[in-house]
Ligand binder design. Structure first.
Ligand SMILES: *Cc1c(COP(=O)(O)O)cnc(C)c1O
Length: 388
């Protein structure tokens, strides 16, 4: 090991007086739930406007956001939901919790986003929703997916847990004619520790109203008579979290601009390293929010990839192994798994299978550092890969 000094990266989450003031504002309202205060509803208006959506519903977390969105889209027993095989498990668990079958579909080897051709092959008469995940903030091919949706009549649900502020051909997440969900968990690009949102485009106001009722025990906003209109649960976000998220939203665009500049440099440096292939782009995905800095070392076994991650961490990088293909978890098989073997799914999802064993990601706080840190990061990766 040479004695290179570890690069320094900004901390995450970030906060300043804007969050402090927000928390005090929420505290001093004297009412700390959305029905009594103003922070959640203000945040919803601001978040919807920022994403070009007609409505946003703030909610406890991104997993509940998916569950609620899928439910208002009619997902339940007897239905199927198409999800990328390479994603965080919530994309699949949300559908399975509703009693639906999750059908994992392969992703593109370069972008790690849903492969439209594989989606076409997986649609059945039971398919209720197709769920693209905008991997690491890079928008999935929304043109091809919109066409499949129009041809089959199956709506899209965007899992935008990585994609706050991202755009497809200039269009924001709320302007793409489909419902979308976000997460505000601690590591995400805006955070209150936990939290989530469902956003609804123009024309989906009815589903928004249903989602509002379901997220609040089926109860209308002004209800004082325990008039529970439909089945639901309590997924309401609290006022403190919303006050923090309002401050975080105000910082989002500036941070995206920095990450975008840094990724342009870092991906070029990584791409020049023998054996390293950074996550690819798509010119149509013209604003990438950069939730992770991802790269593959194609052909690396899972064991050697994990050793590589350990070496990167030792050298001071916030590095992680990529998601495990969802069908390679035990959880996937407990509820709502398709009538296929692991091997059969792996055969039709070769890219997801390979990416989950040879891909590494770096925390987005790396991309908030300066240019010298991008060079230092690439040097560490080059050294570690040479020894992998
Ligand atoms: C983080 C994440 C979620 C879930 O969000 P939580 O707020 O942690 O429940 C869903 N999908 C993807 C792709 C995620 O990365």
């Amino acid at each position: 090991m040479n004695a290179r000094k570890a690069p320094e990266f900004p901390a995450w989450p970030q906060y300043d007086d804007a969050e402090r003031d927000g928390l005090l504002r929420a505290l001093e309202q004297g009412q700390w739930w959305r029905m009594g205060g103003d922070e959640v509803s203000s945040f919803e208006r601001e978040f919807a406007a920022h994403h070009g959506a007609a409505h946003a519903l703030a909610i406890t977390n991104g997993t509940h956001a998916l569950e609620l969105a899928l439910q208002v889209m009619g997902v339940g027993p007897g239905t199927e939901v198409i999800v990328p095989a390479f994603t965080f498990i919530s994309s699949s668990q949300a559908a399975q919790r509703l009693g639906a079958v999750t059908v994992p579909v392969d992703v593109d080897a370069a972008t790690y986003n849903l492969d439209p051709e594989a989606v076409v092959a997986a649609v059945t008469p039971r398919t209720k929703v197709i769920m693209p995940v905008h991997m690491a903030g890079l928008m999935a091919d929304m043109d091809a997916l919109a066409k499949i949706s129009a041809d089959t009549g199956v709506p899209l649900l965007q899992d935008a847990a990585h994609a706050h502020g991202a755009r497809w051909q200039g269009k924001r997440v709320g302007e793409l004619d489909s419902i979308a969900t976000f997460s505000f968990q601690n590591g995400k690009l805006m955070t209150a520790g936990e939290g989530g949102a469902v956003v609804f485009p123009e024309g989906e106001s009815e589903k928004y109203e249903t989602a509002f009722l379901r997220h609040s025990c089926g109860r209308p906003r002004d209800d004082r008579r325990y008039l529970h209109k439909i089945a639901g649960s309590n997924m309401r976000l609290n006022e403190f979290s919303a006050s923090v998220l309002r401050a975080q939203l105000a910082r989002l665009d500036e941070q995206i601009a920095v990450r975008d500049e840094r990724w342009a440099l870092l991906s070029e440096l990584l791409g020049a390293i023998d054996g390293v292939v950074p996550q690819g782009g798509d010119v149509r995905a013209d604003r990438n929010s950069h939730y992770m800095a991802m790269f593959r070392v194609p052909g690396l076994t899972e064991e050697r990839r994990n050793a590589l991650v350990d070496r990167l961490v030792e050298a001071g990088l916030p590095a992680f192994a990529a998601f495990r293909a969802i069908y390679r978890t035990e959880a996937f098989w407990e509820l709502g798994a398709p009538d296929e073997t692991v091997e059969a799914i792996a055969r039709r999802c070769p890219n997801s299978d390979a990416i989950s064993s040879d891909c590494v990601w770096l925390h987005h706080r790396v991309l908030l550092a300066g240019e010298p840190e991008m060079h230092a990061t690439a040097e560490i990766v080059a050294d570690a890969v040479a020894r992998a």
